[in-house]
Ligand binder design. Structure first.
Ligand code: HEM
Length: 365
């Protein structure tokens, strides 16, 4: 009813319809990422607080950085993780099953799995995942809208210090990991600078971690609530891929991210001024009945090819293939080991975060 809504307390415009969210994502000339992707008070610039990260850039600078990073973050490298992620998932779910009665799906599975996958990808010790989780939680739970970035900035500084040592070591002695590939990547003699490398490590940690954790947590809840779909998937594993796609649409882990206007825009008879924040609600777009029939129904046969859980356009999620793979593998592991799992929603806790939707605690048996 209010397709262009002004959220006064957060000081941002909010777009909620599919067509409007999609158009904004594709129009980076008007809807800029330069000042960050969270609603920020006018005049403040989140990008200034961090090392350069491509998620906070517009083309052409963004294209250059993304092209360089893509030289290392290749589909082949991601596909190569498949076997390792599968055995890791089977191991974690086995431990979780043995701890039945006191098992927590987020603590014991959905949190550690993506953290270890990123550690493997980057080539840093898996044991450091506990630290990764603390840092990324501090970052997603800090609130730039209220100027509460202190814990987030402190975590970012720790991440830079941690990865600076690895960058130096890989420069001296490259290995087969992503950090070495990033250090070596070049386009026409242009390499990533140390600042860009550190910014990218932080981005991977935040963008690839909590997002996937919450995809998995939401999946455990939604599938437990839809036993018929779960039963069909147990018998026909080819349905798992389309179920992941529908989960992304139905319970989007990233509910929305922001842009800032480069000029005045009038939409649905409402005028938004240059410089103002505009929050694009992916979660709402994915439930818009103009774009999806019966949007509130979870339907694993839907195959929603146009859902926007990974964004769209220039900033389309770099890790989408990895996230989808982790989703398929996690569901496979659950169906193999705990086919009739139940979750205790009365004892579950919601994550306290603006953009991310999911659970911070989820008892499972
Ligand atoms: C960008 C969602 C997993 C790395 C994005 C964007 C979204 C998103 C919505 C677009 C940002 C924008 O338009 O401003 C998700 C979801 C995930 C997930 C829902 C899991 C279910 C991952 C993983 C990685 C990753 C596993 C890497 C390991 C990135 C990066 C960007 C990004 C680097 C920035 C791309 C750019 O600015 O060009 N993600 N993501 N994401 N994602 Fe993901």
């Amino acid at each position: 009813e209010h397709p262009v809504y002004h959220a006064v307390t957060a000081n941002t415009w909010v777009l909620s319809r599919y067509d409007d969210v999609e158009s904004a994502l594709l129009d980076h000339g008007s809807y800029s990422s330069k000042r960050g992707v969270f609603p920020t008070p006018p005049g403040s610039d989140l990008a200034d607080a961090f090392m350069p990260m491509m998620i906070m850039m517009d083309p052409p600078r963004h294209n250059q950085l993304r092209a360089l990073v893509s030289k290392a973050f290749t589909p082949r490298r991601i596909a190569g993780l498949n076997e390792g992620v599968s055995s890791l998932a089977a191991e974690l779910i086995g431990l979780l099953d043995e701890g039945a009665g006191s098992a927590d799906f987020v603590r014991d599975f959905a949190g550690p799995l993506p953290a270890m996958v990123i550690a493997d990808l980057l080539g840093v010790p898996r044991e450091d995942r506990v630290q990764f989780r603390e840092w990324s939680s501090a970052l997603v739970e800090s609130n730039p809208t209220r100027g509460e970035m202190g814990a987030g900035l402190a975590a970012a500084a720790s991440v830079y210090a941690y990865f600076a040592d690895f960058l130096a070591a890989r420069r001296r002695a490259p290995r087969e990991d992503l950090i070495s590939a990033l250090v070596g990547a070049d386009i026409d003699g242009r390499h990533l600078t140390d600042e860009e490398l550190l910014g990218f490590c932080l981005l991977l940690l935040v963008a690839g971690h909590e997002t996937t954790t919450n995809l998995l947590g939401n999946a455990a809840v939604v599938l437990a609530e839809h036993p018929d779909s779960r039963h069909r998937m147990t018998r026909d594993r080819t349905l798992i891929g389309s179920a992941v796609e529908e989960l992304l649409r139905y319970d989007s882990p990233v509910q929305g991210l922001s842009r800032n206007l480069t000029h005045e825009i009038t939409l649905h008879d409402t005028t938004m001024a240059r410089g103002e924040s505009v929050l694009l609600l992916f979660g709402s777009a994915n439930r818009d009945d103009r774009a999806f029939s019966d949007p509130d129904v979870f339907d694993i046969d839907r195959r929603p090819t146009h859902q926007v859980a990974f964004g769209k356009g220039a900033h389309f999620c770099l890790g989408a293939a990895l996230a989808r793979m982790e989703g398929r593998i996690a569901i496979t592991a659950l169906l193999d080991r705990l086919p009739n799992w139940t979750v205790d929603l009365d004892s579950a806790a919601r994550l306290r975060s603006g953009p991310i939707r999911g659970y911070s605690a989820l008892p499972i048996s």
